[in-house]
Design a protein around this ligand. Structure first.
Ligand code: ZN
Length: 336
C-alpha cells in the first residue's frame, strides 16, 4: 500500500554527452524539449550541466547531461540504465516515426505491454524510446522548436535498467523503496511508483543473465534520480536505507533539489532528490535556461568558468528536420 511518503516517480535522469551544440540541437530541435537550466557540474565546475524538461521543468520530465567532450564513448550493459522512455500521444506515432527518420537515424518499432514503442539513439548513441500512450500525464509543453501540442512529449514514460538477476533489485525496490512489481513480459519486469498521475512513475528491469557490465562514458546514463516530497521525507529514506545496510551519502545541495546517492544491487547509481525548491529558485519560468546559473560557491570564479566553458551556440545541425517532417506530412495529406 502506497503512502504519501513513498517514492513518487522518477525525478531526473542524467547521462553523458560529447558535444554541447549537438546535444542542444537534438533535444531542443528534434525532440522539442526545453533547455530549463544551464549550469555547471557541481563536482566539476568547468563542465556544463544541461537540464532539459517541460516548459516549467517539472520533476518527471527532466533529462540532464554532463558534456564531457574528451571522454571515450561508453557502452550500455548491466548495472546501468540502458534506455530512457518518453511518453507521446499514441495518435502521434506516425509523426514521430517520420520525424526521427528525417534526421537520418535508424529506428526500431515494437510493442511492449500493449503500447507501441519507437527506439533510436541520440547523437552520442544514448538509447531513447518514445512510448505511445492514450492516457498521458499533464505536462506543460516544450521549448524552442514548437512541436504542435498534440504531438509533444509528455515527460518520462519510464526508464529501463539491465541486470543479471531480479531478486536483489526487487528486494530493494519493493522492500525498501515502496515500489510495486506490476507486470512482466518475458525478461522485462515493470515496477510501479506511487504517483500514477505524474510522468515517470514506471521503472523496468530487464534481466539478461549473460550480459556484460556496461562501460561508463559518452552515450550512457550516469545515474537515475527518484522523487521525494521534502527534505524531511528524504531524511527518512536516508535513515531507512542505511538501516537496511545501504551505503547512502550525506545530503548534497544541488541548488534545484537536495540529493542522496547510493549504489543499487547490480551497480546502478540511484539518487533520491527532493521536489523542492525546483528550477525557478534562481530564474523565472520565462527565463529558464537562458543564462549560465551558478551555485553561490562558484560565483567568485564565474569569469574563469565562463572563459573555459565552450560558448553554448546552437548550430542548428538538424535545422532541416522540421521541414522534412512537414513536407512528408503535406505529401501524405495530398495523396489521400
Ligand atoms: Zn542527479
Amino acid at each position: 500500500m502506497h503512502t504519501k511518503d513513498d517514492i513518487t516517480g522518477i525525478h531526473h535522469i542524467t547521462a553523458v554527452a560529447s558535444s554541447t551544440a549537438e546535444n542542444i540541437d537534438f533535444y531542443e530541435n528534434v525532440l522539442g524539449l526545453r533547455l530549463v537550466k544551464q549550469t555547471v557540474n557541481f563536482d566539476d565546475p568547468f563542465t556544463y550541466h544541461l537540464y532539459y524538461g517541460d516548459a516549467q521543468g517539472a520533476p518527471g520530465t527532466i533529462l540532464t547531461f554532463f558534456p564531457w567532450q574528451t571522454l571515450p564513448r561508453g557502452k550500455p550493459g548491466t548495472g546501468m540504465v540502458t534506455a530512457i522512455a518518453f511518453a507521446i500521444p499514441r495518435s502521434s506515432m506516425a509523426f514521430w516515426n517520420r520525424r526521427i527518420k528525417a534526421t537520418g537515424r535508424a529506428l526500431q518499432t515494437a510493442e511492449r505491454f500493449g503500447d507501441p514503442v519507437i527506439t533510436f539513439a541520440d547523437t552520442d548513441g544514448l538509447p531513447i524510446e518514445l512510448v505511445g500512450r492514450v492516457d498521458l500525464p499533464p505536462t506543460t509543453g516544450g521549448g524552442r522548436c514548437q512541436i504542435p501540442d498534440d504531438h509533444a512529449i509528455h515527460g518520462f514514460h519510464s526508464a529501463t535498467a539491465t541486470l543479471n538477476g531480479i531478486e536483489d533489485i526487487q528486494a530493494l525496490l519493493e522492500g525498501e523503496m515502496g515500489m510495486r512489481r506490476h507486470v512482466q513480459e518475458g525478461a522485462r519486469y515493470r515496477f510501479l511508483m506511487a504517483d500514477q498521475a505524474a510522468p515517470g512513475h514506471l521503472f523496468d528491469i530487464v534481466v539478461d543473465p549473460a550480459a556484460s557490465p556496461g562501460k561508463p562514458g559518452v552515450g550512457t546514463v550516469h545515474h537515475i534520480a527518484f522523487r521525494t516530497a521534502s527534505g524531511k521525507t528524504q531524511a527518512q529514506w536516508q535513515s531507512n536505507l542505511r538501516q537496511a545496510g545501504r551505503h547512502v551519502t550525506e545530503v548534497r545541495d544541488r541548488k534545484y533539489f537536495r540529493s542522496i546517492y547510493f549504489h543499487s544491487p547490480g551497480g546502478v547509481l540511484f539518487e533520491i532528490a527532493t521536489d523542492p525548491p525546483g528550477f525557478t529558485v534562481d530564474e523565472s519560468v520565462e527565463d529558464l535556461g537562458t543564462a549560465l546559473m551558478l551555485p553561490d560557491q562558484y560565483e567568485p570564479i564565474r569569469t574563469d568558468i565562463e572563459k573555459r566553458l565552450p560558448a553554448l551556440q546552437r548550430n542548428a545541425f538538424y535545422q532541416g528536420v522540421e521541414d522534412a517532417s512537414a513536407s512528408t506530412e503535406a505529401g501524405r495529406a495530398s495523396a489521400t
